[in-house]
Design a binder for this molecule. Structure first.
Ligand SMILES: Cc1ncc(COP(=O)(O)O)c(C=O)c1O
Length: 503
């Protein structure tokens, strides 16, 4: 059961429990509960017998039995003589429709049905299972994926445009603003997308957001209802998983192969999605490009089944083996595609600015709803960004970064070819800001990343992207955009010596 492998990550299970200071029983309980609440372990899914799982995880059988029992008491699992299965939604788990009989120690600030007094200072059920508290300093370490070359951003130019925007803006810029974004920025984005990405869109279809994360949250709430199914790529982007789950959607992971996302044909009828999240230009994190044939199939099936495709085009500007590929959104007239873009990679992440392009059929209606959900400000920064694009600084910066990242990518690959002790396969390096290095069996990616962090390096473990089930794929996701080329050799050597000490 590949989902269970993803949730528990058997090769790294003991090390992770130790790192979190948990007993193995507690770690098993927490991991299973998280998997169920997040919808990664679906209702009806069978769990292995306690003896088998204990062996797999290298722990005592009693610990597994007790963890199963506790989860069953809470309504997350059903145990019978036939075996142990994940309980159905009606049992009140999975973040919605809470059952009164749920015995977990948390009772939020609301009165429970049996008249028990409400208790304060507890988070909602939907916040269970979400946890990401990373020291922000880690984002700056070598090999952290997704961070652009921060010191190569033309900050003086940006400061000038910000000052100019402030000078030219009246006090109206300090008020609540159009929730769809400043008109000049929407126009600049539409013009850029038409020319650079082949996206068909008028400015009235462009909605400025606080990055892709907010765009995904808005898409989930605008286009789907609680309990609807969303397909996500497997392995895939954790941010998408989080956004869709917190909107109450049921997630169906769909595997990715060398041609991109690959849903079994029968699923369109059997597990009909409302949303399909995909990264066609450069699948995150493995890197394949969704082929034209697959794009056409997706569009045709989405039309037939009344579902929306969400195209996350997060780093397509950086293609190292030729010109950037056209976006899926523009390949067919009126495709049921919502196109998402972000300035986190092309400008800088702290700007927290991205956008979504909605199909014309829903854009006008959506504008009103977004107004109710997400009041918007930041007029001065948005106008500065509009000038940055319209005056050509954006395309100039992209051209420079394309060259810089290509050089850093080559330097990293050469350093790996020379100093990495195993013949590791490199995936997804043809585009973007990261590559994936496969690891040999016996060198678990979680353990390696933990040890590498002690040496000031921050590659991410591929299994954390939900990949464990795919042939046990085990690897490192390595960002190179914010790591100077001349440092690649010493950094890879350090990583190699950490790896040797673990293998
Ligand atoms: C696949 C993918 N999409 C989008 C983003 C950008 O998200 P945001 O715009 O919220 O910073 C990232 C950042 O790492 C990403 O990896």
């Amino acid at each position: 059961m590949s989902e269970l492998f993803d949730v528990l990550n058997p090769p790294g299970f003991r090390a992770e429990a130790r790192a979190q200071g948990l007993t193995l029983q507690r770690a098993l309980y927490e991991a299973l509960k998280r998997g169920i609440v997040q919808g990664r372990l679906l209702p009806g899914a069978s769990l292995p017998g306690s003896r088998e799982l204990a062996q797999e995880l290298g722990m005592g059988r009693n610990g597994v039995v007790h963890a199963y029992e506790q989860l069953a008491t809470e309504g997350h699992l059903q145990c019978s003589r036939q075996g142990t299965v994940v309980a159905a939604l009606g049992a009140g788990v999975h973040g919605s429709g809470r059952a009164e009989g749920h015995t977990e120690g948390r009772k939020g600030g609301r009165a429970s049905a049996d008249g028990e007094r409400p208790r304060r200072a507890a988070l909602s059920r939907r916040s269970e299972g979400f946890h990401r508290l990373r020291d922000p300093a880690q984002e700056l370490l070598p090999f952290m994926p997704g961070i652009p070359a921060l010191d190569a951003f033309p900050i003086a130019q940006w400061d000038r445009l910000m000052a100019q925007s402030r000078r030219h803006s009246g006090s109206d810029a300090l008020c609540y603003r159009d929730p769809s974004g400043e008109p000049e920025l929407r126009q600049a984005i539409a013009t850029y997308l038409r020319a650079a990405r082949g996206v068909h869109a008028g400015a009235d279809q462009v909605f400025v957001t606080d990055g892709t994360q907010q765009a995904l949250e808005l898409c989930a709430r605008l286009l789907a209802d609680v309990g609807d199914t969303a397909w996500i790529e497997h392995p895939g982007y954790g941010g998408a998983r989080t956004a869709l789950l917190q909107a109450g959607l049921r997630l169906q992971p769909v595997t990715v192969d060398a041609e991109g996302i690959h849903p079994p044909e029968a699923w369109w009828a059997e597990r009909t999605p409302r949303l399909v999240y995909t990264t066609p230009s450069h699948q995150y994190p493995l890197g394949p490009t969704l082929t034209l044939a697959r794009r056409m199939q997706l569009i045709e099936q989405a039309r037939r089944h009344g579902c929306w495709l969400i195209e996350d085009d997060y780093d397509s500007e950086f293609r190292h083996d030729g010109p950037p590929l056209a976006a899926m959104q523009g390949q067919v007239q009126d495709a049921p595609v919502v196109y998402l873009g972000t300035f986190s990679k092309t400008v800088f992440p702290a700007l927290r600015t991205g956008f979504m392009v909605l199909p014309a059929a829903v854009a006008e209606q959506a504008a009103g709803v977004i107004g109710a959900w997400a009041p918007r400000g930041h007029a001065i920064a948005q106008r500065a960004l509009a000038s940055f694009i319209a005056e050509g600084h954006f395309t100039r910066h992209l051209r420079r970064m394309r060259q810089l990242y290509r050089g850093r990518q080559v330097a990293l690959r050469e350093a790996l070819a020379t100093h990495w002790p195993w013949p590791g396969e490199v995936l997804g390096a043809q585009a973007g800001m990261h590559l994936v290095l496969s690891l040999p069996e016996g060198l678990p990616d979680h353990a390696l990343c933990e040890a590498a962090l002690q040496q000031g390096l921050s590659p991410r473990p591929l299994t954390a992207y939900g990949t464990g089930g795919i042939g046990g794929f085990n690897g490192l996701v390595m960002g190179y955009a914010n790591t100077p080329a001349e440092t690649m050799v010493p950094l890879v050597r350090t990583l190699a010596s950490v790896a040797r000490s673990l293998a």
